[in-house]
Design a protein. Structure first.
Length: 89
């Protein structure tokens, strides 16, 4: 996702990008805005306060022609990411 961080007056400060699936938010860079270093939570109130929120990249399925080996490697990477995030749940 992509959103705009604003100051108390409503002036745009910066753009911010995070991962979101449904209402689950995963953010490893919110600390630059005086938030926790890692956020993994449902319905993040801070992320809900951001402005002009929209998908950073359009959702799309895997492109045709992706080999089974590449898909298997993506599954391995995904499982590795889940293991790394487990302590923050």
């Amino acid at each position: 996702m992509l959103g705009t961080v604003q100051d108390n007056r409503g002036d745009d400060l910066a753009s911010h990008v995070w991962v979101q699936a449904g209402d689950l938010v995963v953010d490893i860079a919110a600390d630059q805005f005086e938030q926790p270093k890692v956020i993994v939570e449902h319905l993040s109130s801070w992320h809900n306060s951001l402005h002009d929120v929209k998908p950073f990249l359009p959702k799309r399925d895997l492109a045709e022609g992706v080999s089974e080996a590449e898909i298997a490697r993506l599954r391995e990477v995904y499982e590795e990411v889940l293991r790394e995030l487990a302590p923050f749940r």
